[in-house]
Structure formats: structure tokens, C-alpha cells
Design a protein around this ligand. Structure first.
Ligand code: NAP
Length: 289
């Protein structure tokens, strides 16, 4: 039985649905029954539990042999991941940890949270695999839909930094490859899932221009002005904007997301999707109102 934490979220949902469609035994969890009922995952077990309430987690572990450890990207990430790993240890069933981590090396609060979880994972005595999506195209480009429609523009504060963006469906396939494997081939391995190339935001604007058949430009902004806009216009609170947005862009600007690896191909035998291919696949999302 494969247990997927944060099953209704960006990464969890397609992994649960993909495992279920392959006929693999999967248990999905999140806080609400209503949220879990939205999964298109025939045969999956749906069990609500709260990562903030350690006593609710033990029941998830019955008969489980792999757990995708995943928690939302906020200031509770470290505590929630710790609660899940500790419930795995308490259950005594020796299940494998498949840890969803950041593929970008952060020198900040998010980086510290990731390191703390990895330290606990390594000292747990449980077999583990780490899979780090570098930075996902969906979270980087989809928020620009309105700006593209009204101003034909993408905006950020990363200058000409190169980023090896990865498509969400490639990340999903990488997780499924690790989770469906029935041997120890991935134990002790760390994978960083990236796209095939590192590109600048000007390159992203060129890909968008081609896919949408309309000139899209990249507007680079001073960091602090961009941060202010995220609070006043994009709806991020002062307490969330640094961990949810700025620490990622700071890492991009410092060149920490420029890596490309062949880990996706090694895991799946397929080629990863380029930024250009992603924009073609997602053109309708940006063109429709
Ligand atoms: N975006 C990227 O490019 C990227 C790249 C690499 C790594 N990451 C990492 O990916 C992880 C997931 O990212 P995300 O922000 O997109 O999260 P997310 O998957 O959207 O998180 C939401 C999910 O968490 C569940 N959840 C929230 N609080 C919970 C709780 N207390 N107990 C149980 N379930 C709870 C939600 O279900 P309910 O609301 O129903 O409870 C929902 O399923 C983060 O740790 C992030 O650092 C992201």
C-alpha cells in the first residue's frame, strides 16, 4: 500500500490519480473528506487526517510499505513532515520514505526546514529516497494569466538568471516511477527533477510569444518593488510572501536553480518537456477567459 500525504495538492493529486489508474494500491489523505472525494482515483482508500495532529496519523500507516512525505510550503512544513516521519517510526512497519523536497538549494528558512526533515529521515532507520522537483513551470507561469491577457507581459525580479524549470506532469511521472518500483533500486538515492534546459525569463517570453501567437515581453523589476507588488496586487500576506515567493526568486537570481539533470530520463526512459513545449501544451489556459 502506498500512502500519499497532501493528496489533494499540486503534487499529491496527480500522483494519487496516476497510481490508482495503474491499479496500484494507494491511500490518499488530506484534512477533509470533501476534498478527498474530488480525487479521480478509482479504488483508492480515502482517509482524512491532520498533519498538525500527530495522533491522527498513526491510523494511516496500517499495511503501508511506502509513504510520499509531502507538506505545503509554509512555515509549518518542517513540523508536519516531522509528524509524518515520527508516525512512520512509531508504527514499526518499516515503510520506505519517499521525500518530496525542493530541488533548489536554498540558503534560507525553506532550506533550513528541508535540511531538518532530511536529517530526521536519515536518522530514522527507515529506507528512503529523495525526489526534488527543481521548480515547476505551473507555479512559475500560470499566475501570469491575467497579466498576459491584459498587458501581454510576464514580470519578475530575477534579471537574466537561468532556471531549469520542470513540467508538473514530468514530476508526477518521476514520483510514480519511484513509488511503483518493487525493489530497492531507489533506496538511498537522491533525484533532482529538472527540464531539459535552463532558460531566462526572456526565453520564457519568447516561448510564450510563439505559443500564443502574440508578442509577450518580460518586465524585470527591482526586487523590493516586486515584493511590494506581490503584497498589494497578488494577495500574498507580509508573513507569507518571503517563504512562498521571494526566497524562490532570490535563489533563481543567485543561479541556484540553473541545474539540469538527466534524472527524469533515468527514472522514466522519457525526455523531459521543454519550456517551449509546455507553452504550446498550455496555450489555451492563457488564451481562454
Ligand atoms: N512549486 C514548486 O515548484 C516546488 C518545487 C519543489 C518542491 N516543492 C515543495 O512541494 C511541497 C508541496 O507544495 P505546495 O505548496 O504546492 O503544497 P500543496 O500540495 O498545494 O499543499 C496542499 C495539500 O496539503 C494538504 N494539507 C494542508 N495542510 C494539511 C494538514 N495540516 N494536514 C494534512 N494535509 C494538509 C491539503 O489538503 P487539505 O487542505 O484537504 O487538508 C492539500 O492536499 C512544498 O513543501 C514545496 O516546498 C514545490
Amino acid at each position: 500500500m502506498i500512502l500519499v500525504m497532501a493528496s489533494t495538492g499540486m503534487f499529491g493529486r496527480p500522483v494519487v490519480e496516476g497510481l490508482a489508474k495503474r491499479g496500484l494500491p494507494v491511500r490518499a489523505t488530506g484534512r477533509s473528506e470533501k476534498g478527498l472525494a474530488t480525487l479521480d482515483a478509482p479504488g483508492a482508500e480515502l482517509i482524512p487526517a491532520d498533519m498538525d495532529d500527530p495522533s491522527s496519523l498513526l491510523k494511516l500507516m496500517n499495511g503501508v510499505d511506502k509513504v510520499l512525505v509531502n507538506a505545503p510550503m509554509d512555515d509549518q512544513k518542517e513540523v508536519r513532515e516531522k509528524n509524518v516521519i515520527e508516525a512512520m517510526i512509531r508504527s514499526g512497519n518499516g515503510a520506505k520514505i519517499v521525500l518530496l523536497t525542493g530541488g533548489v538549494l536554498h540558503d534560507d528558512a525553506l532550506g533550513a526546514a528541508g535540511l531538518a526533515t532530511e536529517k530526521l529521515m536519515r536518522s530514522s532507520g527507515l529506507p528512503w529516497t529523495v525526489v526534488g522537483p527543481q521548480t515547476v513551470m505551473e507555479t512559475n507561469f500560470k499566475p501570469f494569466r491575467e497579466l498576459i491577457q491584459s498587458e501581454s507581459m510576464l514580470m519578475s525580479c530575477v534579471g537574466a538568471a537561468k532556471v531549469g524549470f520542470v513540467a508538473l506532469d514530468n514530476v508526477t511521472d518521476a514520483f510514480i516511477a519511484v513509488l511503483e518500483s518493487n525493489n530497492d533500486a531507489h533506496v538511498g538515492c537522491e533525484y533532482v527533477i529538472t527540464g531539459p534546459e535552463a532558460v531566462t525569463f526572456d526565453d520564457v517570453a519568447t516561448a510564450a510569444t510563439e505559443a500564443l501567437d502574440r508578442r509577450i515581453i518580460y518586465q524585470d523589476m527591482p526586487r523590493d518593488e516586486f515584493r511590494k507588488l506581490m503584497v498589494t496586487e497578488a494577495g500574498f500576506s507580509e508573513s507569507d510572501v518571503d517563504i512562498e515567493v521571494m526566497c524562490h526568486l532570490d535563489a533563481f537570481r543567485a543561479g541556484k536553480a540553473a541545474r539540469t539533470t538527466d534524472d527524469f530520463t533515468r527514472l522514466t526512459g522519457k525526455k523531459s518537456k521543454s519550456v517551449r513545449e509546455w507553452w504550446i501544451d498550455n496555450a489555451n489556459y492563457f488564451l481562454s477567459t
